[in-house]
Ligand binder design. Structure first.
Ligand code: SF4
Length: 256
């Protein structure tokens, strides 16, 4: 759904913000978000390359944007190590949202720990319990959601804007790295000594839960590393329904 059809009431405001964001650099974009949505802007990190750059900009410049992560309980150890290194380097707070204990217990009791391999419905059920519901809690009452989405991640996003209206969560979604290339992100992280998830060096481009993410080979679709046992059409977890999972992606090389 387009921003225009999802939220015509806020379109003029978004148009104004879109113009400002488009001509700004990533730090200026985050400053604009903090000024425009005081105390109501949050950033969700999964500790991948793009997210680490945004965390760096927020923490190094002490921007009033709350950083949070979703701990699904099934993350890679490398992701927890990157999380820990980020805490040690910046000494800043990263909020964490965990799945509801009762929901996980009921799921595991009924279907076991790996039900997501058995059907798309089971996989979406697990994603809902471990990601979507905690995300809904994290975004409740907020006005702006900063993400690490880049246009290059999906062919359908080649003309994406730095801002959009998220009708599902009823807030403005901002993508400060929307026009960055992968090479740019790698160089920026290296030049600024930003902690990088070591999985990127092993061919992981998009890092999610350990049982559902694998490395991709050069030339493989970006989504080939996620839920590889499913059809392409089923591949979404519900976090960014029109962003990460809506088309084939360009070749992405591992971090050197
Ligand atoms: Fe569950 Fe896999 Fe979704 Fe993680 S990515 S929430 S383990 S189905």
């Amino acid at each position: 759904m387009s921003a225009a059809s999802a939220a015509p009431a806020v379109l003029p405001e978004l148009d104004d913000l879109r113009l400002q964001l488009t001509s700004a650099n990533a730090l200026e974009r985050l400053r604009l978000v903090a000024e425009r949505f005081p105390g109501k802007a949050v950033f969700s990190t999964s500790f991948g390359l793009e997210d680490q750059i945004i965390s760096h900009l927020i923490f190094a410049h002490e921007l009033p944007i709350k950083v949070f992560t979703l701990d699904t309980g099934r993350n890679f150890q490398e992701t927890y190590s990157t999380w820990n290194k980020t805490l040690l380097k910046y000494e800043q707070r990263i909020e964490v949202y965990f799945p509801r204990q009762e929901s996980v217990q009921e799921l595991l009791l009924a279907k076991g720990p790996n039900s997501f391999y058995e059907s798309v419905d089971n996989r979406k059920e697990c994603c809902y319990i471990r990601k979507v519901e905690p995300l809904n809690r994290a975004l409740a009452g907020q006005q702006a959601w900063v993400t690490g989405i880049r246009a290059e991640q999906s062919q359908n996003r080649q003309t994406m804007d730095p801002v959009e209206w998220d009708a599902a969560h009823k807030l403005t979604k901002i993508h400060p790295l929307f026009d960055w290339t992968w090479e740019q992100a790698v160089a920026y992280a290296q030049g600024n000594s930003i902690p990088v998830n070591p999985l990127h060096q092993q061919g992981f481009v998009s890092i999610g839960c350990a049982p559902c993410t694998r490395a991709i080979k050069p030339g493989e679709d970006f989504r080939a590393g996620r839920w590889w046992w499913e059809d392409l059409s089923a591949k979404e977890c519900g976090l960014h329904s029109t962003a990460h999972h809506d088309g084939p992606d360009p070749v992405v090389e591992p971090v050197p």
